[in-house]
Design a protein around this ligand. Structure first.
Ligand code: MN
Length: 248
């Protein structure tokens, strides 16, 4: 109970659009309509409950894809990360996950794949929110201004991000990051690499990451990755992304 209180205190709160996941209901947090959403820097070494039901992202992402993705793929990365930390003498109570990622080149490939895989998925679940019918899903305020300043228009930003996601060869992730000089940048990473890794070509604080591994979309979209990418624009949680932008 103490750790949960600490968790809630540290985390920001955001309104849940849709129902609460069974895991969250069991945790006792379902008594409120607000759930904690951690900032990018606060993702730890354990898998957190999904902040919505497996079916909550339908029709864009189907419930079976979500269930397999969360309980098999993502949970597997978390388990293997814990194994790798034990094997490589990483004390997870003393190091932040972001610090580990920042010097990932000094660890094994197993650590790289699973630290990235765990972080990326925890980050991804928080980046999505159920479709709000009748509303256009766009950022607003200073974050929207920053996007327009950097990319010319929101539509240009969408095109560039979608292109990065579509053109990532094989498995990987598309990203929007804030660089150390405060600019917004779009790029992609292979496999489970991410922009926090010292060996990544794309560097910065992640604001949005889109999983373009086939396991993220194959049941519903089969080989049509561009259709999955186009549909995902209705799911991005701009409230969370804006907070990441302001905190970066
Ligand atoms: Mn995935």
């Amino acid at each position: 109970m103490k750790s949960r209180r600490t968790f809630i205190k540290k985390a920001g709160l955001v309104t849940v659009w849709g129902a609460i996941s069974p895991a969250l209901a069991q945790s006792g947090l379902a008594t409120t309509t607000q759930i904690p959403v951690m900032g990018a820097e606060e993702i730890g070494f354990s898998q957190q409950p999904l902040p919505y039901l497996y079916s909550a992202l339908e029709p864009v992402i189907d419930a079976l894809t979500m269930e397999i993705h969360y309980t098999k793929h993502a949970a597997g990365y978390t388990k293997n990360l814990v194994d790798a930390c034990a094997g490589e003498k990483v004390d997870t109570s003393k190091i932040k996950l972001t610090e580990l990622l920042g010097r990932i080149s000094t660890y094994s490939i197993k650590m790289r794949n699973n630290a990235g895989g765990h972080y990326n998925h925890e980050f991804f679940w928080q980046s999505l929110t159920p479709v709000r019918s009748g509303q256009t899903n766009k950022p607003s305020g200073s974050f929207m201004e920053a996007i327009v300043n950097q990319f010319g228009s929101f539509e240009n930003f969408q095109t560039q991000f979608s292109d990065a996601a579509r053109n990532r060869f094989g498995s990987g992730w598309a990203w929007l990051v804030k660089t150390t000089d405060g600019k917004l940048k779009i790029g992609s990473t292979p496999n489970q690499d991410n922009p926090l890794m010292d060996l990544s070509e794309l560097k910065g604080t992640p604001l949005l990451g889109l999983d373009v591994w086939e396991h993220a979309y194959y049941l519903k979209y089969q080989n049509k990755r561009p259709d999955y990418i186009a549909a995902c624009w209705s799911l991005f949680n701009w409230e969370v992304l804006e907070r990441r932008y302001k905190n970066a």
